[in-house]
Design a protein around this ligand. Sequence first.
Ligand SMILES: Cc1ncc(COP(=O)(O)O)c(C=O)c1O
Length: 447
Amino acid sequence: MDHQTQVSQPFSPALHEQKVRAKTGGSLERWQRASRSLAGGVSSGLRRSAFPHPLYFTHGSGAKLYDVDGNEYLDYTLAWGPNILGNAPAEVVEAVRETIQNGLTFGAQHDLEYEVAEMLTQIIPCADRVCFANSGTEIVQVALRLARAATGRAKFLKFEGHYHGWDDSVLQSYHPSAEQLAAGNGAPISVGAGQIPAASTVVAQWNNPDSVREAFEKNPGEISAIICEPLLCNSGCIAPQLGFLEFLRDITTQNGALLIFDEVITGFRLGLAGAQGFYGITPDLATYAKAVGAGAPLSVLAGRQQYMELIESGKVVHAGTLNGNLIALSAARAALTFLMRDADAIYGNLFRRGERLRDGILSILREHGHQVCAAGEGPVFHLAFIAKQPRTYRDLLAADARAYRDFLLALQDEGVMPLPDGRWYLSTAHTDDDIDATLEAVRRATE
Ligand SMILES: Cc1ncc(COP(=O)(O)O)c(C=O)c1O
């Protein structure tokens, strides 16, 4: 045992579990009822991991969420990212309400399509053209298909720990355990049963240029694209090391492959121009979902004309009954109008408040003897009980997941709700008072 290690204050998990259970009985009852008709009682598998049980909500407003038992929460989940303007933002709700008087979807053309497309091509660096779909999972598949068509190559490279939706080809080596990694010998590791063997997927390690070079050497002339989360939000918000994104830009160009940024999280969160603007690297293609619809189901592929032309000409199929529906595009137009109106002030506040929150939580936890690290930026950051800041997904495996779960439970008891995996999202609706109230709650949860 290392006697140098400071002894952490426990978060009294048994006490908090008892209190949380006592005040969320209505949610438990509903979840038990739902589980008799709805598989798992939830609509997306990850939500089942909620502890002690999934919560049921009645409504949200700005930075707050309310559950069926009347509990109020300061919301840092933002529906896993989309609610960049907070819950039920008036501009978006009004715009959708007004638009849908005329129809929910036409399956045909209307003015909102080019109006939103024009806004997107104006603000996204790589966007000569865009196209629409409904979810991040779908739009990533359009991007990968385009890369295969443009290069005539079947494979693509992704990184360990990166998430690009739940399609078979990309749901590989997402959160492998240390044992799986040791046994896997670098081969893609499927996440669940029933997935088609990943013959087209090549896996490398984030922030490790050698592993990328090696992948190109082992698959000469076969890799159509590298896809990555430019800030690794799905695994610890691990930033690209200095020069790593430039390296990816160069090695793809040298090898005749495309660079795809999956900006489903970073888009409209790290700034209007997303990670491309934030890091100053322009990919060939970029995918968006979550914040671009501000809560409505919209995803976007943005790309260089030489690639998007393949969709224009019909060589690459991009289809979808609900693509470009009025709900999604009226929400996007309202959200983008809001964000573009005073982008410098809006994003300045998001970063400033997020950093104040992140640094405040860190210092409270450290004052109480916890070994904790934070990574990411103000609008999306990640906390882990770990001695050293992770640089790769594998480093993150050393984090104490049990301590985070206990912390989370104590926070839930105090009315503060971040995501279960350590991620915290900020919206434009969070105020300085909300940050102060959250830090007070963190202090109580830690004592
Ligand atoms: C980076 C990234 N890409 C793709 C997806 C898939 O998006 P969706 O859940 O809308 O299918 C997600 C979802 O969390 C994501 O975080």
